[in-house]
Write a protein that binds this ligand. Structure first.
Ligand SMILES: Nc1ncnc2c1ncn2[C@@H]1O[C@H](COP(=O)(O)OP(=O)(O)OP(=O)(O)O)[C@@H](O)[C@H]1O
Length: 274
């Protein structure tokens, strides 16, 4: 059986003062080494799930496990958890804390209490990897949104997390920035990092993901490979998701009758568009 990195078991979470639970007894296992996607209509609980995944919030009922061990919420364990589970917010403004790009990337390493020389070396490497060297001295509030997104990804990746959580990573990005982001993401995946991406872009999810989770009203309602998920038209329409346009075209034109050709189309479309 595939090992899971992070496991949610019957997890409930209600925001203070809210009448309805944001998470409603969700059980979900994030498989190691896969490109995973999380989809669901607005307000179904995706961001809340991410906030519990890296210990920002604590379940009111149920448990979250990292490699089989229940999460501990004291400061020391949370710092360790956030090194293993990196969370990139939808809006980079929520994430960027320091005045310059270089300082921002060094922030998490400083929290880990690493020696200065090691921090400098890792920051220099991250600046290079994320093509930010020329922006190192720039104030973060002078950057474009695409550049800010790249910095927020570098902030998290400099800690070498085992699991990367991305909330709507391509939202607000233009085509070249989106492509650039997806190319960086592919390298991250190839380096062995498990990725879970929440997205409303069903075409991207269909072409990119190896495993998809579908949430509704704070619960997991489906999970599986892209073709198994998107063949469930009735269920997806029932939760106001519908199908990816690309999948509709492939199916209605009879272009994808075998799993092999479907896979080839998905890869080609990913290269062409993202
Ligand atoms: N800080 C908060 N206080 C109170 N309720 C909140 C708060 N944040 C989210 N909620 C509520 O919790 C539910 C789940 O929200 P969440 O942001 O997790 O959904 P989501 O699936 O990420 O939505 P979207 O796709 O729009 O980003 C929603 O009903 C939302 O209104």
């Amino acid at each position: 059986m595939q090992q899971s990195l992070l496991t949610f078991e019957q997890v409930y979470y209600t925001y203070p003062g809210a009448r309805q639970s944001a998470l409603n007894g969700i059980t979900l296992r994030i498989p190691q080494g896969k490109r995973c996607a999380l989809i669901g209509r607005n307000g179904c609980g995706k961001t809340t799930l991410f906030s519990l995944a890296n210990g920002l919030y604590k379940p009111q009922k149920g448990r979250v496990y990292w490699q089989g061990e229940p999460l501990q919420y004291d400061r020391k364990n949370l710092i360790e958890l956030r090194q293993k589970v990196g969370l990139v917010f939808q809006n980079p403004e929520q994430q960027l804390v320091a005045s310059t790009v270089e300082e921002d990337i060094s922030y998490g390493l400083c929290n880990l209490g690493l020696p200065k020389s090691e921090i400098q070396q890792q920051v220099t490497q991250a600046l290079r990897e994320f093509e930010l060297t020329e922006l190192a001295e720039r104030p973060v509030h002078h950057l474009s949104l695409g550049q800010k997104k790249r910095v927020s990804l570098a902030d998290v990746m400099v800690l070498r997390p085992e699991l990367l959580l991305l909330d709507e990573p391509t939202a607000y990005l233009d085509r070249p920035q989106s492509r650039n982001f997806m190319a960086i993401l592919q390298k991250i995946y190839e380096s062995g990092t498990t990725i879970l991406m929440a997205s409303h872009d069903l075409d991207l999810v269909y072409c990119w993901a190896e495993w998809i989770f579908v949430m509704d009203e704070g619960r997991l309602i489906l999970e599986g490979k892209p073709q198994d998920i998107f063949s469930q038209r009735k269920i997806l329409e029932g939760v106001q998701l519908g199908l990816p346009l690309i999948y509709e075209i492939l199916i209605t034109e009879g272009l994808a009758t075998e799993e092999h050709s479907l896979e080839k189309f998905r890869q080609r479309i990913l290269q062409l568009f993202y």
